[in-house]
Design a binder for this molecule. Structure first.
Ligand SMILES: Nc1ncnc2c1ncn2[C@@H]1O[C@H](COP(=O)(O)OP(=O)(O)OP(=O)(O)O)[C@@H](O)[C@H]1O
Length: 307
């Protein structure tokens, strides 16, 4: 698992990361979000042992990667935002050379390189990396991050330069990692992408974790923080549904309004399941019930536009 405890990083007496307590459990695919300057890259640099914390701790599978870089190489795969390769070597040659720093035998290394280059569509590419597009460079970076078959993978903006097919392949790779029980932390500004692959999310703002949970839980939290309303719409052929819903006592319900052919219920969170339970033996002829609320992207903008 990935863990930070009271993690602090100061630059010129200004806290870039401010007492961050974050846990990403084994097998979680975690989206690490936050507005510009929130402290995401600084956190990742500390986790990967590239910079030292001012105070506090961070570990990966119980290992402080900065103090134990060899063990770090064994358990952690990392794709930085701008991954650098030897420009005068091919993708294969780069992975073969850099793979020598991992505890893999020659045949293991060659086998993994073949599989990984295929999965990122860079097998049989004779070009040198200096002639690669940015997307190709990023795909090669993903292959390098997975070369040592790590238990934990940290990906910084992994889809920023990918074309639509590259994104699909990337999603397949993340799904496969999830199936294999790997722990994955993805830092990205492309929220639709994060939503597509992550099982849990965390939001950092001004160096501190301000929301953490499933995608729905984090959306609920952002709805509260932005004072946005969300509503459940029920369409029914029976107008009595309105008075029935009004009579329900549920602290998550903020208000009920009659609409044409149904009712709109302002709620703090999605309570469709419990409403369905209440309504199941009634004969209201319900034709539709759906949650109407802004998506993650809109909510994020509402809360963090001013930062
Ligand atoms: N080397 C540095 N020296 C001084 N200040 C820095 C340094 N690196 C980062 N900072 C500051 O620390 C804060 C957090 O920056 P960081 O790069 O971690 O944010 P981020 O969440 O990754 O942002 P972005 O989404 O823009 O990549 C910012 O205020 C930034 O200006």
């Amino acid at each position: 698992m990935i863990k930070t405890e009271n993690l602090v990083k100061e630059y010129n007496e200004k806290k870039a990361v401010d007492n961050l307590n974050l846990e990403v459990g084994d097998g979680e695919v975690f989206g690490f979000l936050g507005p510009n300057g929130a402290g995401k890259s600084t956190t990742i640099l500390m986790l990967t042992g590239m910079i030292e914390p001012t105070s506090g701790n961070c570990t990966i599978q119980g290992v402080n990667v900065a103090l134990n870089p060899l063990k770090g190489k064994e358990i952690l795969g990392y794709l930085p935002e701008d991954v650098g390769f030897y420009k005068n070597l091919t993708g294969y040659e780069n992975l073969d050379y850099l793979g020598k720093f991992y505890p893999l035998t020659k045949s293991e290394r060659e086998e993994r390189i073949e599989i990984l280059l295929k999965s990122v569509r860079l097998n049989d590419v004779p070009q040198k990396v200096g002639e690669y597009s940015r997307g190709m460079n990023q795909r090669l970076g993903l292959a390098l991050a997975l070369l040592n078959d790590p238990k934990v993978v940290i990906l910084d903006e992994p889809t920023a330069n990918l074309d639509p097919e590259g994104v699909l392949r990337y999603r397949e790779i993340i799904k496969k990692l999830e199936k294999e029980g790997k722990t994955v932390l993805i830092c990205s500004h492309i929220l639709s992408e994060v939503r597509a692959v992550c099982t849990t999310l965390g939001i950092i703002s001004q160096g501190t974790l301000v929301a953490r949970g499933s995608v729905e839980e984090v959306e609920d939290e952002l709805i509260l923080q932005s004072n946005t309303s969300q509503k459940i719409v029920i369409r029914s052929i029976n107008p009595e549904v309105y008075s029935f819903i009004e009579s329900i006592s549920n602290p998550e319900i903020l208000g009920v309004e009659r609409i044409e052919n149904g009712v709109e219920i302002r709620v703090k969170k999605d309570i469709r399941e419990s409403l369905a339970e209440e309504l199941k033996d009634k004969c209201f002829g319900i034709t539709e019930m759906y949650l109407d609320r802004p998506g993650l992207e809109d909510l994020f903008l509402k809360v963090y536009r001013r930062e």
